[in-house]
Design a protein around this ligand. Structure first.
Ligand SMILES: Cc1cc2nc3c(=O)[nH]c(=O)nc-3n(C[C@H](O)[C@H](O)[C@H](O)COP(=O)(O)OP(=O)(O)OC[C@H]3O[C@@H](n4cnc5c(N)ncnc54)[C@H](O)[C@@H]3O)c2cc1C
Length: 351
């Protein structure tokens, strides 16, 4: 079905491109406006993780179900080292806990794969083109305000492949730090939910700690920074506009994972246009419970602090079924009902 007016999408990130691909498959004409000269330019070929613990379905099957081919660089993460302030654990997973992917404009990244799939469908992507919200049908413009910041670096290395997470307020106030190494490349970053001005000092402390823990070798170091928005109070629809991905604040509140939510919400926004259904209802049914649970998780995480991080490291390492342990954290209906209003009040977001 070809409509006369093309559908306009602002933002060629995972949310905007998934929406565009879904609409193109249904025969709609789309123009995607991207303010930068290419896709993924918010990132710098850093490793990120496509989480695989918040739903029963494997995230790659979810992506296929959305009509996207997972033909980007994608390696299962089946071993994870976790470090609290005074604890350490190595966990092996029977199924991938997450998938290691690359972000940025280079071939093999999630972003360049989505661009290629969109172009193959004949989607018109206009780079260096900025849309105002008033002109837009689907707003997929990424973060708006900093609820958390990331400070990190990418580098060449001869270290072994590994994934590690460090929970310690001295390295990442109310957040976490991570190390991802594969194929001679590494990403090391700290994610701060508080004391943003300490970002550089936290990265230096993280480098020292990782150096002591696993021995760090870094060549051709390139620094990066970024920020993320988590906000469950944002309206998802305003007039004809549908807000998707980070532009709608749809990210895991506990650790800031947002790629899966971006792609799912982009797909749902497209489906609501195709079917004439209510996007906000589709989105809340599909993602609402898990995102509310993630806000409660964040409340607990901040409330328990350093001793809680050690407890989390120890409990997770002792769990018999890792996937159940992590998925249960995101799906506890009674707890969610009781604590959600408190968590909403307690977790203040900068405006
Ligand atoms: C350092 C860092 C590490 C992360 N690690 C992970 C991770 O490991 N796992 C995970 O799941 N998530 C991670 N995230 C979050 C994840 O990257 C985001 O949730 C995801 O990219 C959101 O996708 P999006 O399409 O909503 O927005 P974006 O990916 O931000 O895409 C938005 C696009 O819109 C463009 N744009 C902005 N304004 C306009 C405008 N007015 N007109 C046109 N175009 C515009 C931007 O240039 C951008 O290309 C990380 C974030 C950061 C900063």
């Amino acid at each position: 079905m070809q409509q006369s007016q093309p559908i306009s999408i602002a933002g060629a990130g995972p949310a905007g491109l998934t929406a565009a691909i879904t609409l193109a498959r249904a025969g709609h004409r789309i123009i995607v406006h991207e303010r930068r000269p290419d896709v993924g330019m918010r990132f710098c070929d850093d490793y990120q993780a496509l989480e695989n613990w918040t739903s029963e379905e494997d995230v790659l099957d979810t992506i296929r179900r959305l009509g996207i081919q997972p033909d980007f660089y994608c390696q299962p993460i089946t071993r994870l080292s976790s470090y609290g302030p005074r604890s350490a654990a190595q966990v092996t997973f029977a199924e991938p806990h997450a998938y290691l992917i690359r972000r940025g404009a280079k071939p093999g990244s999630l972003d360049s794969a989505l661009k290629r799939q969109a172009l193959d469908l004949g989607i018109d992507i206009r780079f260096e083109s900025v849309l105002t919200e008033a002109e837009t049908d689907i707003v997929a413009v990424g973060p708006r305000q900093a609820c958390a910041i990331a400070v990190g670096c990418v580098f060449d290395t001869d270290m072994n492949e590994q994934a590690a997470v460090l929970l310690d307020n001295r390295l990442a106030p109310k957040g976490y730090a991570y190390l991802l190494v594969a194929e001679g490349r590494g990403t090391l970053a700290t994610v701060l939910y508080d004391q943003f001005s300490a970002g550089k000092a936290c990265l230096e402390r993280t480098i020292d700690r990782v150096q002591n823990l696993v021995g760090l070798t870094m060549r051709n170091v390139q620094h990066f920074g970024g920020y993320g928005t988590f906000d469950l109070t944002r309206p998802l629809v305003s007039g004809r506009r549908r807000y998707v991905g980070e532009a709608a604040g749809l990210q895991d509140n506990l650790f800031g994972f947002g790629i899966r939510q971006a792609m799912v919400s982009g797909h749902l926004a497209a489906r609501s246009i195709i079917e004439g259904s209510q996007y906000d209802r589709l989105c809340r049914t599909s993602l609402g419970g898990q995102l509310r649970a993630s806000l409660i998780n964040r409340y607990w995480y901040e409330f328990m602090g350093q001793p809680g991080y050690d407890l989390l490291v120890r409990l997770s390492s002792r769990a018999r079924n890792q996937r159940n342990f992590w998925s249960r954290i995101y799906t506890k209906p009674m707890l969610r009902l009781l604590l959600y209003p408190l968590a909403r009040l307690a977790i203040r977001r900068p405006r």
